[in-house]
Ligand binder design. Structure first.
Ligand code: NDP
Length: 480
């Protein structure tokens, strides 16, 4: 059985504990590789390597760093097939999704930040007759990057690319559930000419190695994407150590559909925004609000189309949904279907596990699920499920739907469907969200800020925001 290894100081190595954890293939439910069960000693080893590498990397010219990162992005591109297959196998997502979204977007992220650093400028403030201030932007030092399982390499690259471009050294940990593409990345970085110790990738559990990263005094910033509860714990631990924190957390996003929308376009996109990646994208719209005039029409067509979505093993090119990421996650999602029924909801389609034929009979497959008849404030409509489950709820007025949309503790993204321009702007201004898509979904411009409000997080990723996060401003005043 293949054993993954940590990547420390430019070399693959065994964990200090000598222990390994099973890595399951969601499509079959079988163990297919072993992951290092790293601990605090591995973090220390990585920090030692990063400390040595920091003067070299931080003082390297932006042009040189940029060249290495461009090579890194090209290195992933050159191994596109291998990365795509690895991502799909590790996560359970359809191969086509990994090929069209995950890996190409990770390549773009590295390329974007490799070139963005060449254009990153700092400010100066002139004081007439007195002097001038200029602001330097210095790398922070050693930073920790911790990422989740749903878009493994893509979200990993959101952190690593800007952190490296800005001149920091990194101790990174992918999710224990989906470590494989991060494992491959070490070699690509080395081949691209990244100096040893700049990028260190550790594998293992959040509460052990993840915790050791968060608590290490020499790791000066933590960029974390994951669940709100974990984010809360990390904030509680890191804040008294005065670490810089970027937290991208959970969501319960509304998809608001007015009766004047382009119905066909909305329907096509709503199928994706509900169930892409088995609903395991933090930006999926899991609460669908439909204006009453088109509620019945929407319900009929949506339920029919959802019922026809093919759930299949990830290598099937026709698969619209693959397997969810783990057995425990599948059980969590199914428990929410039970809860929805207890809360008075009616399952219109789905709500069950899909029994596949051998060799996929133990895989984690769920039918995409649509539920109606729930109040906006019940637990099913307030808590993050993070699976292929959506609820549909009718509304009458803008005020009603705004109240329902804004009623959760979360505020990551919102999707709005309407042909009324004024209403679109009015709603976009009022919804509690860091990201609003009007008549679209998941369109990303890498220059724009990405992140949420309320319990969906603190700080923003993307564009200059990410480069600002991974640098410290230092103001210098010179007297005339
Ligand atoms: P978790 O919070 O469980 O884990 C995220 C990462 O943190 C994993 O690498 C995990 O390791 C690690 N971790 C867990 N506990 C600790 C700890 N005590 N100290 C340090 N690290 C720790 O989230 P999931 O992986 O389950 O991801 C799903 C969540 O991520 C959802 O809530 C989703 O909404 C959110 N998300 C948010 C996004 C955003 O941009 N706002 C984007 C994508 C997802 P391990 O896996 O080994 O436990």
């Amino acid at each position: 059985m293949e054993r993954l290894r940590n990547f420390i100081n430019g070399e693959y190595c065994e964990p200090s504990t000598g222990e390994y954890i099973d890595n399951f293939e969601p499509a079959t439910g079988k163990v297919y590789s072993l992951i290092p069960n790293s601990g605090a000693k591995d973090v220390q080893k990585a920090v030692d390597a990063a400390e040595k590498a920091y003067p070299i990397w931080s003082k390297m010219s932006n042009e040189k760093r940029s060249q290495i990162l461009v090579k890194l992005s090209e290195g992933i591109e050159a191994r596109m097939d291998e990365f795509t297959k690895a991502e799909s196998r590790d996560n359970g997502k359809p191969l086509s999704l990994a090929a069209h979204v995950d890996i190409p977007r990770a390549v773009s992220n590295f390329h974007f930040f490799a070139t963005a650093i060449l254009h990153f400028a700092s400010e100066s403030h002139n004081m007439e007759g007195v002097g001038v201030n200029y602001t330097l932007r210095k790398p922070i030092g050693i930073v920790g990057c911790i990422s989740p399982w749903n878009l493994p390499l893509y979200l990993f690259s959101w952190k690593i690319a800007p952190a490296l471009a800005a001149g920091n050294c990194i101790i990174a940990k992918p999710s224990e559930v989906t470590p494989y593409t991060a494992y491959l990345l070490g070699q690509v970085a080395k081949d691209a000419g990244m100096p040893d110790g700049v990028l260190n990738i550790l594998h293992g559990e959040g509460h052990t190695v993840g915790d050791a990263i968060v608590k290490h005094p020499k790791i000066k910033a933590i960029s974390f994407t994951g669940g709100t509860k974990t984010g809360e714990y990390i904030a509680r631990t890191a804040a008294p150590m005065f670490k810089k924190l970027s937290l991208e957390l959970g969501g319960k996003n509304p998809n608001i559909i007015f009766d004047d929308c382009d119905f066909d376009e909305m329907m096509k996109t709503t199928l994706l925004s509900s169930f892409a990646n088995q609903g395991q994208i933090c930006l999926c719209g899991s609460r669908i609000f439909i204006q009453r005039g088109i509620y019945e029409k929407f319900k009929e067509e949506f339920v029919e189309k959802v019922g026809a979505l093919l759930v299949a093993e990830p290598n099937n090119p026709k698969a619209k949904l693959g397997a969810v990421v783990s057995k425990s996650h599948m059980e969590k999602v199914l428990s929410y279907v039970d809860l929805a029924k207890e809360e008075g909801g009616t399952v219109l389609t789905g709500g069950v596990q899909v029994q596949m034929e051998a060799p996929f009979e133990d895989g984690y497959y769920l039918r995409p699920t649509v539920i109606e008849g729930l109040s906006y404030d019940c637990r099913t409509n307030q808590e993050e499920i993070f699976g292929p489950v959506v609820t549909i709820t009718p509304f009458d007025t803008e005020e009603d739907v705004l109240m329902m949309a804004n009623s959760t503790v979360y505020g990551l993204s919102t999707t709005l469907w309407t042909s009324d321009l004024k209403r679109a702007h009015r709603m976009a201004n009022e919804v509690h969200a860091g990201i609003v898509w009007i008549n679209s979904w998941l369109v990303r411009d890498l220059r724009t800020p990405f992140g949420g409000v309320k319990a969906s997080g603190v700080g923003r990723e993307g564009g200059w925001e990410a480069l600002r996060f991974f640098t410290e401003p230092k103001n210098v005043f010179v007297k005339y």
